[in-house]
Design a binder for this molecule. Structure first.
Ligand SMILES: [Zn+2]
Length: 323
């Protein structure tokens, strides 16, 4: 819950929309770098939901999801407050790359420090100025590089509220995943916040189906938290598929280097021994079939046409339950 009167980043939050342009750094060109934080506060007090994307600057699909939530005014609650940060890592977004200009992955720098590297300082800022005000967070990500994640929501299985919201979100795959050290999700969870992490699509790519599932998930969560009645919108959505809850997963890696062709689609169920794809040299002499080492669902596939030995090809669920 917000304090009264609510103040975020030294800015009083009035009823309705407040855009805070947070000055985070000056570039070496002296250009001031600002991160817009868009706050929508209802007349009626209630939960505070933070919606973030672009912690990795090249994960544009998440940015598109938050952009559409704002453009369609779905971020206007009738109870409580919704804070949207569509592009957290503005540096990376400018350069179309994952990292901060200091080469660090922001999502490995939390909770950050006041006098550390640029990424550490920024993580510290988010933890000090934004996170204390929130109750819930949905953080949007995509697969890195050419790895395409099937729409999935990751959550802390030990947190019952988090599990409940993951089910409400309605992605086909619900992944009970441990908290990665120094990630935003870990730091915010340690601060007592309920955090859902969405993964869908791949870096530097927009995918309509992924965008749709991210938006629909956010709407369902906002509705379930009692922040706005979206029952009409939810009625129009395709009914949710029965979720598949994944408790363990593993990557199938390339045993050879070469041209890679996949025979399966993301989201497919495969059985042990099924042909997943093939790897060949470019000269027509050598070709090897990649087989499924166990039964499971494909939750991420590598779209790269050329792979090196050891590269991740497919992420497959190892232990799962159909609800
Ligand atoms: Zn990411």
């Amino acid at each position: 819950m917000l304090s009264n009167p609510p103040i975020i980043c030294d800015t009083p939050i009035k009823i309705g929309r407040t855009t805070i342009n947070v000055e985070i750094a000056k570039l070496h060109t002296r250009t001031l770098l600002e991160i817009p934080v868009i706050v929508e506060r209802a007349k009626k007090d209630g939960p505070v939901l933070l919606i973030t994307a672009g912690i990795h600057g090249d994960e544009v699909n998440g940015v598109e999801i938050v952009r559409q939530l704002i453009a369609k005014k779905y971020n206007k609650p009738t109870c409580g407050t919704i804070i949207c940060i569509p592009v957290v890592n503005v540096f990376g977004f400018l350069d179309q790359r994952r990292e901060f200009p200091d080469g660090r992955d922001l999502n490995r720098c939390f909770p950050g420090s006041k006098k550390g590297s640029l990424a550490n300082r920024f993580a510290h800022f988010i933890m000090q100025e934004i996170v204390p005000h929130i109750d819930y967070c949905i953080d949007f990500h995509t697969g890195g590089a050419s790895r395409f994640n099937y729409s999935q929501v990751r959550y802390n299985g030990d947190d019952k509220k988090c599990e409940e919201l993951a089910t409400v979100f309605g992605a086909k795959f619900q992944i009970r995943s441990s908290l990665r050290s120094n990630s935003f999700r870990q730091a915010a969870s340690d601060a007592g916040k309920t955090v859902l992490m969405f993964e869908g699509g791949k870096a530097l790519n927009l995918d309509k189906l992924v965008t749709k599932s991210g938006i629909e998930g956010a709407i369902r969560v906002i509705d379930a938290l009692g922040m706005r009645d979206f029952s009409l919108e939810i009625e129009k959505m395709k009914p949710r598929e029965e979720p598949i809850i994944i408790t363990k997963s593993s990557w199938v890696r390339a045993k050879y280097s070469g041209l890679y062709r996949s025979y399966k689609s993301n989201g497919d169920k495969v059985m042990k021994g099924d042909k997943l794809g093939s790897i060949s040299d470019p000269y027509g002499d050598f070709e090897r079939i990649v087989k499924a080492p166990f039964d499971g669902y494909i939750i991420c596939t590598n779209h790269s046409p050329i792979v090196n030995q050891g590269d991740a090809l497919m992420h497959i669920s190892k232990e799962y339950v159909n609800q």
